[in-house]
Structure formats: structure tokens, C-alpha cells
Design a protein around this ligand. Sequence first.
Ligand SMILES: N[C@@H](CCSC[C@H]1O[C@@H](n2cnc3c(=O)[nH]cnc32)[C@H](O)[C@@H]1O)C(=O)O
Ligand SMILES: [Zn+2]
Length: 429
Amino acid sequence: MTTLEITGGRVLRPDFSVERADVLVDQDAGEILDVGDVPEGDETLDAADCLVMPGLVNAHTHAAMTLLRGYADDKPLDAWLQEDIWPAEAELTAADVRAGTELALVEMIRGGVTAFADMYFEEPAVADAVADAGVRARLGHGVVTVGKDDESARADNEESLDFAREYDGYADGRVKTVYAPHSLTTVDDALLAEFTAEARGAGVPLHFHANETAGEVEPIVESEGERPLAHADDLGMLTEDDFLAHGVHVDGEEIDLLAARGTAVVHCPASNMKLASGMAPVQRLREAGVTVALGTDGAASNNDLDVFDELRDAAMLGKLAAEDAAAVPAEAAVEMATAGGADALGFDSGRVEAGANADLAVVDFDAPHLTPVHDHVSHLAYAVRGSDVRHTVCDGRVLMEDRDLVTLDEAEIRGRAADRAADLAERAD
Ligand SMILES: N[C@@H](CCSC[C@H]1O[C@@H](n2cnc3c(=O)[nH]cnc32)[C@H](O)[C@@H]1O)C(=O)O
Ligand SMILES: [Zn+2]
């Protein structure tokens, strides 16, 4: 057994207390062995002036959309997708997706993210990027059937399920998969029911967009005579292994339904603000007992993948939505970005405790914007930025040490992504 000792810092515990402690990691098993006064490790990471916390979880993104960062801004969801994003995406190749995903991974590892959920095209290329980078991920091929004939609509669904079956457990088990129908309005109902049933038979969970905009809720209420999540439930789409992105426009009954089914909601506050989609009732969801995670959504609607930014937005927007400054307090925001995300994605991560996955972010508090420290958790919620992360560890392996990436060649990846993005924009023009 090879061990890693993270030494000289403070540790954020699962109960949100902060104590002086070291962390010992079993690098072979990828697990936390001990927290506190631990035996000496084979290797050490210095954590003086730092806080060791669970690695952050970006529970809803389209990683390769980094290539479309700043490509089209200042439009509502429908127009943005149809006029700008989908035409550009029609030109995407597997090599583009690989390049864009690698750029996303550079950004996420720099910001202490150790796990993410992706829904996009060319997912085998995403899985390979994840394998090389060393992070953990829940991946799914996104299905859209609007505008497609029956045969290609079916083929898109099949591709999603085939990918999920084939890649579950990939990258030494760090990759898990989902069936990923884009949303209730962009995938044909009959196919949705059929493939959801097939996914259940194969033990594959679901990840989809739901109740993101008011404009997406109305047509479902009109055609089905019930709210979108009641309809999703009829289609068998809500179980405790599933997670849906957004959940902005949900009513009280839908919140209760989510709580009863155990389906998690991935809140994406920056995307919801930027596309003016609305304010998710995060405080009410949490009070009802729904697992709430956080996602950046794609870099084209955010426009970065900094989960610290996201958790601050979640706290701020949650207060505004509830018209209550006590809503979504600091602890809740940090919890959603760590344990909430890990629970939504089904990873035994998100908590610094013995036996859990050794997925960790070490945050450097030696900075002017983090001085003084009255309360570490307050800083995590309201003052820390992704660039304050000093070391990132996933599955017991050091992915970033002293702000140097270990597994990825940042200069090469940035150059390649910029070239491919320029080329893509030209083709889409
Ligand atoms: N195979 C599908 C691909 C769907 S991937 C998931 C899709 O979600 C899109 N997307 C990104 N952000 C959002 C959002 O906030 N709401 C809805 N869709 C989004 C993204 O651009 C991508 O087209 C196809 O044939 O079109
Ligand atoms: Zn999305």
C-alpha cells in the first residue's frame, strides 16, 4: 500500500466543523484511511494555511462547450440553442469534443473539481479524456429527437443506451454512465418511455434537463394535462438513482414528488441567470428533503466552470428567490457543491472521512481576499475562488500540486482548444 499524507492544514469535516487535522490516503484503494493525528505517509502534500475539503462536484455540464465559450451570449434558451448553439454543434467532431473536454478538465482540476456529470456528443472521447485526466465522471450521450426522422431518432436513443452499457466502470471504475434524454420537450414521448424502460432493465440511471424555462412547462401542461414532473413520473423517469438539471419552474406538488422519489435536482444558478430562465426554489427543495447538487451547465451559458462561483451564486440567488437572507446559508451552498453532488451522481465522495473516496481539494487561505478568517465555511461560500485551490486529489492520485497540473499538459491543451474552436466557428458560419 502506498500512502499520501496531507499535512499541516485544517480539515472540513462532514458536520461542517473545521479542525486542525491531517489526512491519510490509501493511494492504491483511492480511499481516505484516516483523519486527525495520522501515521506518517509515504508521500506528503503540504497544507499549511490551507483547508482540506471534499473535491467539488460539477453535477451538470456539457464539458466540450468550452469551445463555444463567448460564442453566443445575451439570448434566451430557445433562440440561443436554435440560432447559435445547435448549428455550431452540428459541425462538432470527436476530436473537437476531446479538445474541448480537455480544456474543461484543465479548468475544473484547477478549481478543485474532482467529479462531474456530462451530457454531450461523442461521449467515448469524453470518457478517454476523463481516463487520462484522472477525475471521476458520470457520462451520458445526450439525445435530441426533434427534427429527426423515426430511424435517426431511434438510433440516437440507442447510441445513448449503448454508450451507457459499454462505458460503465471505464477508467478503473471512475467513469459511470447514464441514459441522457435531453429534455421532456426535445425527445419524443414514446421513445422516451421505451428507452427509459430499457435503461431500467439494464440498471442505467437517467440524467435530463427539466422545468428549466416557463416556456417549456406550458406545452406539456397543455398536451398532457399535468405538470412536467408528473408526466416524467408517468414515463418512469424519476427514481432515486436519477438526476435532473435545473428544476427552476417546479410547483409544490412537483417538489413533493421529487422528495418522494428520491430524484436529485442539479441547480445551475449562473446558467439560469444568464439565460433569464428564472430562480429555482432551492430553499424549498432542500426543506422538502430533495437532494440538491450544483452544476455550471456548459461554458457557453456561464461562462466558466468554477464551482466556487456556482456555489456563491446558489447562495445569493437562493436568498433572492426565497426573499430571505437566511435562505441557502453558507453551509448549504458548500454542501450542495460537495456531498450533494456526490450523492446525486452516486459516488462515495463529497465527505472527508475514513472509507470515502479520496477526492479532495486543498484550498489556500493565505490570500488578501480571505483575510481575516472568522469562519472558514463562510469564506468557502462567499469569498473563495477556484484559483485559490492549491492541490487537487482524485481517487488518491494527485492531479494538481502547488497549482501545477500533473496529468494534463495545460499549454498544449489550451492551444489545441483555441485552434479547434476557431476552426469550428468558421465551419458553422
Ligand atoms: N445527440 C444530441 C446532443 C444533445 S447533447 C445536450 C445538448 O444540451 C444543450 N444545452 C446546453 N446547455 C443547455 C441548457 O441550459 N438547456 C438545455 N440544453 C442545453 C447542448 O448545447 C447540447 O446540444 C443531438 O443530436 O443534438
Ligand atoms: Zn445543460
